[in-house]
Design a protein around this ligand. Sequence first.
Ligand SMILES: CCCCCCCC/C=C\CCCCCCC/C=C/C(=O)SCCNC(=O)CCNC(=O)[C@H](O)C(C)(C)COP(=O)(O)OP(=O)(O)OC[C@H]1O[C@@H](n2cnc3c(N)ncnc32)[C@H](O)[C@@H]1OP(=O)(O)O
Ligand code: FAD
Length: 671
Amino acid sequence: MSRYIREGDNPDLTEERRKASFDTEAMAELFWGARNLMRRREIANYVEQHREFDDPQPTAFMTREELIENATRKAVLTMEHAEKAIDITRDEESHYFNALTMGIDGNPFGLHLVMAIPTIMNNADEGQQDEWLPKALNREFIATYAQTEMGHGTNLKKLETTATYDPKTQEFILHSPTITSTKWWPGNLGKSSNYSVVMAQLYSQGKCYGAHPFFVQLRDLRTHKPLPGITVGDIGPKFGINTNDNGFLRFDQVRIPRRSMFMKHAKILPDGTYVPPSHSKLNYSAMVYVRAAVVSLMASHLLACSTIAVRYSCIRRQGEITPGTGEVKVLDYQTQQYRIFPQIARGVAFRLSGNYIIQLYRQTMTDIKNGDISAVPDLHAISCGLKAVTSYQGALGLEQCRMACGGHGYLQASGFPLQYTVAIGACTYEGENMVMLLQTARHLIKMAKAIRSGRPPKPNKVIDYLFKKGPTKCLIDQTYDPNYQSVLEAFEHLSRRVTLEVYDRLVQLQQQGRSYELAWNECAVDLCKATRAHVRTFLAKTFVEEVNKIADISLKSVFQDLLQLYLFYEVTECAAGLLEDGFMSGQQLTYAKKNVYDALAKIRPNAAAIVDSFDISDRELQSVLGRRDGNVYENLLKWAQMSPLNKHDVLPFHHKYLGKMMDEARQKSKL
Ligand SMILES: CCCCCCCC/C=C\CCCCCCC/C=C/C(=O)SCCNC(=O)CCNC(=O)[C@H](O)C(C)(C)COP(=O)(O)OP(=O)(O)OC[C@H]1O[C@@H](n2cnc3c(N)ncnc32)[C@H](O)[C@@H]1OP(=O)(O)O
Ligand SMILES: Cc1cc2nc3c(=O)[nH]c(=O)nc-3n(C[C@H](O)[C@H](O)[C@H](O)COP(=O)(O)OP(=O)(O)OC[C@H]3O[C@@H](n4cnc5c(N)ncnc54)[C@H](O)[C@@H]3O)c2cc1C
C-alpha cells in the first residue's frame, strides 16, 4: 500500500492512490535514487522533530520585517543544525535541508552559498582561497554577489563602478561615479551581508581592462554598520522574494588592498602590470553555475505546482460529465489533464536535463582547474539556452497549474503565488532570457557556418545532430517506436532548418551591406527560435535516453506515458515550424495530437501516485490545496481564520470611515 495513504485522508484522494498501476515507493526511488530518497526522508524527519523550524504563523500573513526576521532566525538555526542533520559535503543534501528549513522565498545565506562561495572556489587563487574559503564556510562573514547596476545588467562591458589601482599604496580605489553606477539587485546585500564579490571596471596604468571581480568588506564585523565611504540598503518590496533583502550599494573612493582582486585568472602585479586570463569569461563562472542550477530549480517548481494541481483536482468535484451520474473530480475533464499533465512531463524532462548540465558544469570546472578550457564555450552555450527555455516554460506551466485550480488557486493558501513569484525571477536574473537565447544562437551560428563550409568541429553530443543529414520528410506515423526516432528527427530537422535559414539570412543581409551587428539584430527573433528548437531537441533526446535506461517494466511504462506526452505535446507546440516547409503533413499533426490525448488518458489513473512519487512534503509545498491528506476545505477555513484581519470582528478603523459613511447615509435618507 502507498505510504501516502493514511487514516483520515480525503477518500477521493485515497481512491486515486489505490488506482495506481505501479508502486509509488519504487517510483520515488527511481526518481531520486535509493540513497538520496532515504536521505531525504531522514532529513525531513529531522526537521519535523525540531519544531523550532516551524513558522509562528503562515508567512503570507507576515509583514516584510517579520518575514526577514523569521528567515534570519531559521537561517541561523539551519546552520547550527546542519552538521547533525546532513552531510554538508553533499550539495543535494544541503539544498534539500535548506529548502525544508528556510523555504524558497529567500534567506540571508542565499547568495553566499550560491554565488559568493562558488566565486571564491573558482576565481580566487590559492592564497586567497586559504584566507577566504574556511571563513566563508565557517560563516564568519556573509557575502553576496554585486554585479548588476541601476544602469546596466546585461551589458557588462558598460558597468560603471571603477576599481583603479594605485601602485604607490598597492590598493584599488572603488568608486561609484554616477547614480546609474549604483549596484542594484544583489540578493542579501541590503541588510544581511557584510562582504561582497563586486564586479568593477579594472583600471591600471591609465588603461581599462574591463569588468573584474573583487572581494570587498562592506560592513564593520562587530557593529555591522557600513564602512566609511560605503552606502548600502534594501531596494524595497518586489514582485516576489520579499524575504530577500535585495540591495543597493555605492562606493565613495573606498580603498581596498591589491589582493582583494580575485587573482586566479587575471592578475594585477604590485607595479600595476596586468596579467590577462587564459579565457576572458572565466570570471563569469558563478553565473554559469546558477544558469545550470536553474534547470533543476524549474523542475522543482513545476513538480511542486503540478503536485498541488493534481491533488486538488482529485478532491475537487464540480459538474457532471454524464448527466445524472454525479459530480466528477475535476481531474476527469480532459481540459484539466491537458493543462496539468504536460507540466508534470516538462518537470521530469527538466529534472533529467538539469542533472546532465550540473554534471557538465562540475566537469568543466575540474577541467579548468587542470588547465583545460576547451569545454567553456559549449557549457556556456547550452546552459544559457536551457536556462532561458526552462525558466520561460516553467513560468507558463506554473500559471497553468494555478488556473487549473479555479478561484482557490488564486489564494496565497494555494502555494502558487509563492512558487510563481520565486520562479519567474529566473526569467530575468542571471541573464535576461532573450539575451541568453541570443548567446546560444551565437554558438549555433558558428555551427551553421561550419556546416556550410563543410568543416564540422570535433564531436560533441549536444550539437552533432546539426551536421547529420536527416530524412527530408517527417516519418511520424501511427506505429509505436520506444525510441521515438521519428519525433526526435523532426525536432532535429526543425532546429537544423531554422539555424541554417537564419544563418543564410545573416550572410545575405551582410552581402547587401549591413554590418554583422545590424544584420544580427534584424534576425534576432529567428535566432531565438533557433535556440528554442535546439534546446527542445536536447531536452527531448535526454528524456528518451534516460527512459530507455529504466529496467523495471511497470515504472518504465509510466515514464513512457510521460515521455509520449512530452514529445507529442512539443510536436504540437512547434507544429507551425514543422508544417512551414512541408516537412510534416497535416495528417501527421493529427497523429501527434492523438498521441497527446492518448497519453493524457493513460496518465490519468496514475496521476496522484505519480506526483506522490516526487516525494514533496507538505512543509515544502506550503499549500492548503496540495496537502498530502487532501483535507482541503476544513484547512482553508482554518487558514483564513488565521488572517490578522480576523483578529477583530470589527476593524479598529471601521467606525472612522465606512461605519461613519453608512451612518451618515442612513441619517440623510431619513431626512
Ligand atoms: C532540488 C533542486 C535544487 C536545484 C539546485 C538548486 C541550487 C541552488 C542554485 C540556485 C538557486 C538560485 C538562486 C537564485 C539566485 C539568483 C541570483 C541572481 C544573480 C544575478 O542575477 S547576478 C547577475 C547576472 N548577470 C548576468 O547574467 C548578466 C548577463 N550578461 C552577460 O552574461 C554577458 O554580458 C553577455 C553574455 C550578455 C555578453 O558578454 P560580454 O559583453 O562580456 O561579452 P561579448 O563580447 O558579447 O562576448 C564575448 C564572447 O564571450 C562569450 N561569453 C559570454 N559569457 C560567457 C561565459 N559566461 N562563459 C563563456 N563564454 C561567454 C560570448 O558568447 C562571446 O562568445 P563568441 O564571441 O560568440 O565566441
Ligand atoms: C530576482 C532577481 C534577483 C537578482 N539578483 C541579483 C544578484 O544577486 N546580483 C546581481 O548582480 N544582480 C542580480 N539581479 C539582476 C539581474 O541579473 C539583471 O536584472 C539581469 O541580468 C537583467 O539585466 P537588466 O535588469 O539590466 O535588464 P536590461 O539589460 O536593461 O534588459 C531590459 C530589456 O532589454 C532587453 N535587452 C537588453 N539587452 C539586450 C540585448 N543585447 N539583446 C536583446 N535584448 C536585450 C532584454 O530582453 C530586457 O527585456 C537580480 C534580478 C532579479 C530580478
